[in-house]
Write a protein that binds this ligand. Structure first.
Ligand code: F6P
Length: 353
């Protein structure tokens, strides 16, 4: 009988509890293994803490809360000088009597756990999660779809108020160095402008586009989606003394630039969606992905196939070497990708001029 540990690491997102549910169900029902949760990822390992996980641990009239609960019941950490305590953490794996470890994380946290695993020969299986969707070699990461839906919902709401007041609404979305979240939600939400880190844009191009919308297409309002990592072309920055590089692409900066290029004629408002994008009930797609990844992770352990990450490729879950995925991460938006081209074709300003 195997004893398997599971942990969630890095920023939380909707769908993590669905993975835990699938792992516990399949491992218990099919293999009769013992599953223990490690709270707060490497912090819990360091402190040798475990949470027993079983199918019927919920006193909720038989309702299983894990399928639709956001966040992670195991807790998570997004930082930590983990490698400084590597020796102690490595010893914990042995001390806890684990036969294998399932780590659910984004590229940053998986990198740390994989490094530890290499030092200590852990039997590791990784599952990708991130609202940034920047883990390489997988078409889907848990949490991304829900976050896209959350942003689209926000854009829907903002569109009505923008149209009522003839305003330009700037919506700042997360994504770190990647523009996937902004691009997907901007196209799905019907945005007029999408600014992402991977495609250079100019304030002039942005302002021209807004003028064109107003003068030629008789649109009195606009929706501008800006990824938190987006920065304009360097030549624009020469004219903007107050723009420190970390703030250049941010929503308020864009609003200020629009105000200045329109001589304050365009009325702007900024919505920074922030951690709202990380919360909420997981979408059906995230639940399915999480369930398939969780179940397949258990199968990999049954086959003693370790050092693998689950990836979604061509409509199914496959195993890829963790190292290969991490080597190619973060995976950014390809400026010539279909989705960027589609946005251009629809008359959305995505930069490049
Ligand atoms: O990586 C996920 C993410 O939500 C990014 O999009 C964002 O930049 C970051 O985490 C925020 O991190 P924190 O929760 O530490 O503020």
């Amino acid at each position: 009988k195997k004893r398997i540990g599971i942990l969630t690491s890095g920023g939380d997102c909707p769908g993590l509890n669905c993975v835990i549910r699938a792992v516990v169900s399949h491992a218990t029902l099919t293999f009769n293994w013992e599953i223990v949760g490690i709270p707060y990822a490497t912090q819990g390992l360091l402190e040798r803490q475990t949470i027993p996980l079983n199918l019927h641990g919920w006193d909720l009239r038989g309702i299983d809360p894990l399928i639709n609960m956001g966040g992670t019941i195991l807790g998570s950490i997004n930082k930590g000088d983990t490698l400084a305590s590597a020796k102690e953490i490595l010893a914990s794996y042995e001390a806890l009597g684990l036969d294998a470890l399932i780590a659910v994380g984004g590229d940053g946290s998986l990198k740390i756990i994989h490094e530890l695993s290499n030092l200590g020969n852990w039997n590791l299986v990784a599952i990708p999660k991130t609202i940034d969707n920047d883990v390489a070699l997988t078409e889907r990461s848990i949490g991304f779809d829900t976050a896209v839906n959350t942003v689209v919902d926000a854009i829907n709401r903002l569109t009505f108020t923008a149209a009522s007041h003839d305003r330009v609404m700037i919506v700042e979305v997360m994504g770190r160095t990647a523009g996937h979240l902004a691009l997907h939600s901007g196209i799905a939400g019907g945005a007029d402008v999408i600014l992402i880190p991977e495609v250079p844009y100019t304030i002039k191009g942005l302002c021209n586009h807004l003028s064109q919308l107003r003068d030629q297409w008789r649109r009195k309002f606009a929706i501008v989606v800006v990824a938190e990592g987006a920065t304009p072309c360097l030549e624009d920055l020469d004219n903007v003394a107050s723009c420190s590089s970390a703030k250049c692409g941010r929503g308020q900066y864009i609003a200020d630039q629009i105000a200045s290029c329109s001589s304050n004629l365009i009325d702007t408002r900024v919505s920074v969606l922030g951690h709202i994008q990380r919360g909420g009930i997981p979408s059906a797609l995230d639940r399915l992905t999480a369930t398939v990844f969780g179940k397949t992770a258990v199968d990999l352990i049954a086959q003693e196939k370790y050092d693998q990450m689950l990836a979604w490729q061509n409509g199914q879950a496959v195993a890829v070497p963790i190292q290969d995925a991490l080597d190619k991460s973060p995976s950014l938006v390809e400026p010539n990708s279909d989705l960027v081209q589609i946005a251009h074709s629809l008359g959305i300003y995505v930069g490049e001029n």
